[in-house]
Design a protein around this ligand. Sequence first.
Ligand SMILES: Cc1cc2nc3c(=O)[nH]c(=O)nc-3n(C[C@H](O)[C@H](O)[C@H](O)COP(=O)(O)OP(=O)(O)OC[C@H]3O[C@@H](n4cnc5c(N)ncnc54)[C@H](O)[C@@H]3O)c2cc1C
Length: 536
Amino acid sequence: MYDYIIVGAGSAGCVLANRLSEDPKVKVLLLEAGGPDSRKEIHIPVAFSKLFRTACDWAYYTEPEPQLGKRSLYWPRGKALGGSSSMNAMIYIRGHRYDYDHWRDLGNPGWSYQDVLPYFKKSEAQENGASEFHGNAGPLHVTNLRSINPLSEAFIEAAEQCGHARNPDFNGNQQEGFGFYQVTQFQGKRCSAADAFLHPVRKRPNLTVRTAVQVFDIIFEKRRAVALSIQQGEGSTQEHAEREIILCAGAIGSPQLLMLAGIGPADHLRSLGIPVTLDLTGVGANLQDHVAVPLVYESHQPISLANAESLRSLGRYMFFKDGMLTSNVAEAGGFTSITSSAPAPDLQFHFGPGYYVNHGFSKFKGHAFTLGPTMIRPHSRGRISLRSSNPLDAPVIRPNYLAEPGDREVLLKGLKLARTIAAAHAFDKYRGREIHPGPNAPDDGALLKHIAQYGETLYHPVGTCRMGSDAQAVVDSELRVQGVEGLRVVDASVMPTVTGGNTNAPTIMIAEKAADLIKGNKTTASHADALLRTAQ
Ligand SMILES: Cc1cc2nc3c(=O)[nH]c(=O)nc-3n(C[C@H](O)[C@H](O)[C@H](O)COP(=O)(O)OP(=O)(O)OC[C@H]3O[C@@H](n4cnc5c(N)ncnc54)[C@H](O)[C@@H]3O)c2cc1C
């Protein structure tokens, strides 16, 4: 019998496993569907896209997207210890203070920027030292890039030449401006949530970690979640939790598991023959994501990441843990408000000193650089639903990207701004021909076609188990699933709205805060009983 069972060893699950097992009297079980994080491509930063469509990847596909050329888009998701933090691009971005004040205003007390800032700081080991905005005593290493490509420096200079300010810290006093990203790395290697939070405490006797275990169902006694049905190898078994079951299976896995357990829109569940435990229509709804579109130029100078696997680069990595293999590909970026009414920046840039199109699957002979304008405050909403009652069937994913015309407008204006930046003097010595969308895309119509053909996820789906206090909300502001007991969701799915920036640091913050909520909530009836039994 365990006190807590955590489903999913991703960004959130690793944090919770660490924080909840700090108390040696508390027994914690962490279950992960994927395997250990032993592949070398997990640890060598530039290699992250080599994990795509491998055993470390759930490799989901969306349904055909109406606004994106009816394409079924590929959605990578980490399936190993560390979850998506073991295959992400390592950018450390918290979002804008508006994001969290907005969460509070939507009916979530305790989630304002002032409330969550201490949790960001708690998790952080900031290379540049502690400050009002940063912590340096946490487990998650946040560092400056070790080797910056001259093309990335040119991008920031070009943005400055176009009137944008240089920002040395997107997570400090203000988000607006252009600069280098900081990354979750340590000594030139990825620092995933597993590296930061799980591996250092794996030997705790009160923490059990099991990999290659997929959770299929949640078992209830009356309205209380008491156990999980799990598959390991050929067999299936159950694990019981004395206090709580905590879903950290991510924005796809958590709503999928709730629906498999009969918590979700009743009509949908009945249509698949799943007995309804609780009619909770918000499960799987409110799906939000960021969309990026590439603007790519040939580089006259042979200095791009196309050289990352050269002998020189391999040597530098082997002996000094620096050089191109430490690049996170999207080395530089920026934030700006492209819509005058936006409450905070609604456009982000991801600049890569290489050819990054179609998740890195498309190849280019020669050297190139990619500007990736990214729409980060979507108004469109999608949904995740079940394909069948079989837990091994991937769910149906409908992101509904760009359904709201304002979202399209942001990308269109973003592409134009990207072209302006690429035309600035700082790029003169590098800039060759425009490869994508190319010279045949002079007007809005052609750019919109380019968006439809090349727009892709920036890998930030969230919101499918939304936190709130209304009937559509899936969890309350303490992340407890509404209408049942003993069950929480703690991961990117609880975000009411997607943050304006990359989502790994916000997910880790959510788990840090959840750990405190759970610890402060120990005096549940069953725990009080247990304490009483021990005392007798
Ligand atoms: C390719 C890529 C690049 C990205 N780049 C960045 C970036 O540079 N910066 C950034 O901030 N964010 C980035 N992100 C997003 C960020 O990594 C995610 O938002 C974050 O990791 C989500 O954390 P999570 O805990 O919600 O889910 P995850 O980390 O995905 O964890 C969910 C875990 O649950 C497991 N699981 C699911 N279902 C079950 C089940 N039924 N039983 C058992 N286990 C289960 C999964 O295998 C997984 O390990 C990127 C994501 C991807 C995929």
